[in-house]
Design a protein around this ligand. Structure first.
Ligand code: APR
Length: 186
């Protein structure tokens, strides 16, 4: 599924974030940057110890990564050259600024990608696993945030959303179709 937002191709795939060939992949990390399960576990397992080594250096310098912020490390053994680690909000009912924090996670990841001149970036469905954010609502936040940024700034050539399940793929595809109209390619 592909959409066009100004000069950026937005692609949606169902698959594993660790197998993507984008210049950067985004990790759904936690504030300690010391790894975990889900996407975090998969990226550290596939990327190897260099990623954790660099995360520990960031921790030593900055103490970790606050929710909504993003930091960058090597991609280690991944195809991707970089991993951008961002921390999404833990869902607590929707009245504690979760939408804004999730939007910040996408925004700061794209901001970091721009600083490093990264031409293609792959996002997982941030916060919708262990952090319990309802997927429909998270998809709307992701689409609104990313679409607005791609319309405003000179952007990467490709932004890819990598959904682990068919259900999540359908939810994100519908959210993009509602925001943009028909996909440019199925
Ligand atoms: N590739 C793509 N998507 C994946 C993968 C993978 N290999 N593994 C899991 N997912 C999907 C999940 O199905 C979910 O839809 O990524 C989404 C995010 O799930 P989590 O990885 O649990 O991330 P999140 O909800 O942001 O929770 C982050 O979990 O792993 C810990 O250390 C992490 O504490 C942090 C928390």
């Amino acid at each position: 599924m592909q959409f066009k937002v100004k000069n950026t191709l937005v692609t949606l795939v169902q698959g594993d974030i660790t197998g993507q060939d984008t210049v950067a992949v985004v990790n759904a990390a936690n504030s300690t940057l010391l790894g975990g399960g889900g996407v975090d576990g998969a990226i550290h397992r596939a990327g190897g110890p260099q990623i954790l080594e660099e995360c520990k250096k960031i921790r030593a310098a900055k103490g970790g990564c606050p929710t909504g912020e993003a930091v960058i490390t090597t991609g280690g053994n991944l195809i991707s050259r970089y991993v951008i680690h961002t921390v999404g909000p833990i869902w607590s009912g929707g009245d504690s600024g979760e939408d804004q924090l999730l939007a910040s996670a996408y925004r700061n990841s794209l901001r970091l990608a721009a600083v490093y001149g990264i031409k293609s970036i792959a996002f997982p469905s941030i916060s919708t696993g262990a952090y319990g954010f309802p997927t429909q609502r998270a998809a709307r936040v992701a689409v609104d945030t990313v679409k607005k940024l791609l319309e405003e700034k000179n952007s990467p050539e490709e932004v890819r959303f990598v959904l682990f399940s068919q259900k999540d793929f359908d939810i994100y595809s519908r959210a993009w179709a509602e925001a943009i109209g028909e996909p440019s390619l199925p």
